[in-house]
Design a protein around this ligand. Structure first.
Ligand SMILES: Nc1ncnc2c1ncn2[C@@H]1O[C@H](COP(=O)(O)OP(=O)(O)OP(=O)(O)O)[C@@H](O)[C@H]1O
Ligand SMILES: [Mg+2]
Length: 252
């Protein structure tokens, strides 16, 4: 399974992606969790101790082409090799690789940025599931940074702005080549929230996670939701979403 969590900023992408990756790993799959957001998020919901775990400088080689500075993985290093060598092992055996933190006064992470892109060009294939956490927002990161995904999971909370973002992202499902796009309703409070999200976005809703105060507590404590409240409503809802996706979605 290859999924990427997308959606408006703050809707719960990282919280759900980390929980999802661990629940999926517990079913026996070998899971690579990819965080392409330079701001840390996924590491916390996974419960990985090293928060900003990107590719080290030595993995990325600088070269010049037509007078321009470019970056590639160092000679002999493949994307799959980079995952084997540099991804950290987190709880439930999930492998975790992050874009790497922006450093210095100008927040420059150009080197990591291109190195990470080269890893995306050559991700491990058979035998691996990939769960991606994308930065909030628009079409560009959606397509480029999540190009490995077979299914984009648009996380939508029951607010007008989030639903509108979901509807815009759903437009990507309109072409034949585009990957599958489905919705995850998050922070659900009212009985008709899920139905409203489905109706207003036109997307199939493959998961519905209730508003859960345990997430705020887990965030405050800096621990993964699955470790803080392993059998609570979010864990149950994410497990059900993993089941739905493992058993295959309805044809679009
Ligand atoms: N089901 C939920 N119930 C209550 N709070 C939630 C729920 N899901 C996420 N949150 C809270 O929403 C906030 C944002 O969550 P999170 O960081 O996962 O969002 P995000 O989409 O990854 O944000 P960003 O766009 O900044 O990366 C956090 O405080 C988190 O605890
Ligand atoms: Mg996030």
């Amino acid at each position: 399974m290859r999924v990427a969590f997308v959606g408006k900023g703050g809707v719960g992408k990282s919280s759900l992606a980390g929980t999802f990756a661990r629940v999926l790993a517990r079913t026996g799959e070998r899971v690579l969790a990819l965080d392409s957001d330079p701001m840390p998020g996924l590491a916390f919901s996974l419960g990985v101790e090293r928060v900003d775990h990107g590719l080290p400088d030595e993995a990325i080689q600088e070269y010049e082409e037509e007078g321009r500075r470019r970056y590639r993985l160092r000679d002999g290093l493949t994307g799959t090799g980079a995952v084997e060598q540099y991804a950290v092992r987190g709880p439930d055996g999930v492998h975790f690789l992050q874009l790497g933190k922006a450093r210095g006064p100008r927040w420059n992470n150009t080197r990591q940025h291109f190195g990470f892109q080269r890893v995306l060009d050559d991700l491990p294939g058979a035998g691996w599931s990939i769960v991606g956490d994308l930065p909030g927002g628009t079409r560009q990161p959606f397509m480029t940074w999540g190009r490995y995904a077979e299914t984009f999971l648009v996380v939508i909370e029951p607010t007008s702005a989030s639903v509108l973002t979901g509807r815009r992202l759903a437009g990507l499902a309109a072409t034949d080549e585009a990957p599958r796009v489905a919705a995850v309703a998050n922070k659900v409070r009212a009985p008709d929230d899920v139905e409203q999200i489905a109706r207003r976005t036109g997307l199939q809703v493959v998961g519905a996670v209730p508003f859960d105060p345990h997430l705020a507590t887990a965030d405050r404590l800096g621990v993964a939701l699955l470790d803080h409240d392993p059998e609570g409503s979010t864990a149950v809802a994410v497990a059900s979403m993993v089941d739905t996706l493992r058993s295959g979605l309805e044809p679009s």
